[in-house]
Structures are given as structure tokens and as C-alpha cells.
Design a protein around this ligand. Sequence first.
Ligand SMILES: CC(C)(COP(=O)(O)OP(=O)(O)OC[C@H]1O[C@@H](n2cnc3c(N)ncnc32)[C@H](O)[C@@H]1OP(=O)(O)O)[C@@H](O)C(=O)NCCC(=O)NCCS
Length: 372
Amino acid sequence: MPQVAKGLEGVVVSETALSHPDGENGRLIYLGYEIADLANNATYEEVVHLLWTGHLPTRGEFTEFSAKMASYRVLPKSVTDVIRTMPTDSEPMDVLRTAVSAFGAVQKITGKATIEHAMALTAVFPTIMATFDRQRRGLAPLAPRADLNHAANYLYMLSGEVPSDQRTRALDTYLILTADHGLNASTFTARVIASTLSDMCSSIVGAIGALKGPLHGGAPALVLNMLREIGTPENAEAWLTAALDRGERLMGFGHRVYKAEDPRAKVLRSLAERTSEIDFFRLAIRVEDLALKMLHERKPDRRLYTNVEFYSSAVLHGVGLPDDLFTPTFAISRVAGWTAHVIEQLKDNRLIRPDAEYVGPTRMTFVPLEKR
Ligand SMILES: CC(C)(COP(=O)(O)OP(=O)(O)OC[C@H]1O[C@@H](n2cnc3c(N)ncnc32)[C@H](O)[C@@H]1OP(=O)(O)O)[C@@H](O)C(=O)NCCC(=O)NCCS
């Protein structure tokens, strides 16, 4: 009997030079650069350039690259019309998936995937989400502003106000931290689709679907729900004990790869301290301390630590995003990684097609329909 690698844990299906989450040591690198160095010193556009081209841009390259990406932010009218047909209570991830698919058809993102395709898709994600968010609030969409960077323009298109440097920097840092992460479920999905020689847009639409699930990108809003339900630091112990007694998972803890603290959580914790309200941050710290203690006591061999989602929720809330835009904002960041992986997959492609161990019935006798 062949061994079934449930969840493909530990199975290596491809090489990548893009990012490496080192789970044992709690490190993450993008093309050799430590994530904290990039998060604290670079901008999202520099990191996107790094992922797509393999090097950090020079000043000249950066200016040209940022201007070009900014010029791609405008949505074709037919895609805005598709968004207009969406009910206002639609899930934003469903709208993103639908609008990106429409964008690919309208803009003819077909044939061999290119950096141009990657740029076109990455540039419009914030416009799609801001257009929908304003529409559901009864507001007209705002045209993107090419004089603002990716993070600032997204916040501007949502609120109509140019954000403070602090808010822009907080979102920019978040976007850098979550831009790529090895062969996570959505990136794997994108690579599987790319391996069939489908187009870039199809890979990205599939990846959006994979990211939506609460075991992957859907967790940050659930973290916020948990913190709101807990309400006060005094209530934390009883709430967490009851949840674990019921066999529930604590959102924002545990990771398939990290068996030490997620290095992104470390950066986000200090960012959350600066961006969220003091009482909220105190509550988050208390919940984190207790949750880690309890998880350690109950599952000592599992090595469960705080993951990226726990403090993402505080940071995204702190920059003023509504809860249901947390996962789409994760997608706004991760599309850079997805597209980079699609391009990498195609450099040395082989169809990704694993096997399954058949465990169904055998030797069934067929009975014609009229005799069943
Ligand atoms: C992220 C996650 C899906 C990783 O899952 P995984 O590698 O498949 O790990 P498993 O689901 O096999 O869990 C391993 C064990 O740890 C426990 N565990 C993992 N995460 C847990 C959590 N957040 N709370 C409580 N228990 C948890 C599981 O119950 C399981 O225990 P058991 O084997 O005794 O039944 C998982 O940790 C999780 O569900 N976390 C909460 C959701 C979340 O924060 N998602 C965002 C990820 S960035």
C-alpha cells in the first residue's frame, strides 16, 4: 500500500527561488532577504519588483515600475458594470473572484503568462475592492490616483481621503509581509492551474477561491470576532477555556509550516501596538498570552504559536478597513506572489498531477436503470 500524504504535508512538488518559510527556525526570506528587513525598510512596490524580476529595483527602475503599475489601476467600464450587478450584500471575496475573471476576459489576459499580465492584475485588485465597497455604501467609485503608492491609493479609493503616512506605512508593511509564502494552498492552486498551460488570470481566479477558506486567508476577520466576543482581558481565560473544551480551534494560532513563532506575527505585533487602540491591543496581548499557554498545556507536542492572522486583524482594523475586506486585502497583497509563482512554474513546467489511493468499492455488478 502506498503511503497517503494527507494534506501533502512534507511533500516537495517543486523548487522555488521566491520565498522560503523556515518553520523550524521561525524565519521567512524573499529571494534571500529577511522578511523583517523588507517589512521595515522597503515599500510594497519594491517587493513586487523583487518577486517578479529577481532583484530589488534601482531608483530609476523603481520610478518607472511604480508609475507603470499605477497607470494600470483603472478598471475597464465593462468590469465596473459587472461589479454593479453584484448584490450589495455579496461576499467581497466572491466579488473579487468574479470581477477578476471578467477582467481577464475583457483585457484578453490569455496565452503565455507574462510580467505585463501580473502587473495588470495586481494593479486592479484594490480598484475592484474599493469600487464594490463604495457601491454597497451607495457611493460613486473614485478614480485611482497615480500620485499615491499602492497602499495609499487603496485607502484613498475606499474613503475618499488621502491617508496619513502612518496608516499608509502600516498597510504597506502588511502588504509586504503577506506578499508571498512558499507553496501555501492558494499559491499551489495557482501553480497547478499554470502547469496545465492555462492563462495567468485563470490561475489567479483559482487562487482567490483557495484563499477564501478560513483555514487559509479567511481567518483574520474570525480573529476579530473572537476578540470582540471575549470583550475584556478579564473574560479571556473563561472564554478560551470554554472554546477549547468544546474542541474548537483558536483563530490566529497554529501553522502547517511554523513550529516556532511566525516572523510576520512579530513585525505585526509591534505594528498593531502603534496602529490599534490601546484597550484593543491590551486585550489582544492578554488573549495571545493565555492562548499560547493553554495550547501548550493541551497539545504540548504540536508546537502551536501565534500565526500571521492574529495581529493582521488588529493592523487591518487599525488602518480602518471593514472586517469583510481583511481577506480581500490579503489577496491584494498575495496576488504579487501568486503571479510570480505562475511565471516561475512556466520556466520549467511539468503538469502537476498527483495520484490518489483508490479506496472505493470494486467488482460491482451493473444493474440497468429500469431494474434498480
Ligand atoms: C493553520 C492550521 C489550519 C494548520 O493546520 P494543520 O497543519 O493541518 O494542523 P492540524 O489541523 O493537523 O492540527 C494539528 C493539531 O493541533 C491542533 N490545533 C492546530 N491549530 C489549532 C488552533 N488554532 N487551536 C486549537 N488547536 C489547534 C489540532 O486540533 C490538532 O490537534 P490533534 O491532532 O490533537 O487533533 C491550524 O493550525 C488552524 O486551524 N488554525 C486556526 C485557523 C487559522 O488561524 N488559520 C490561519 C492560518 S495562517
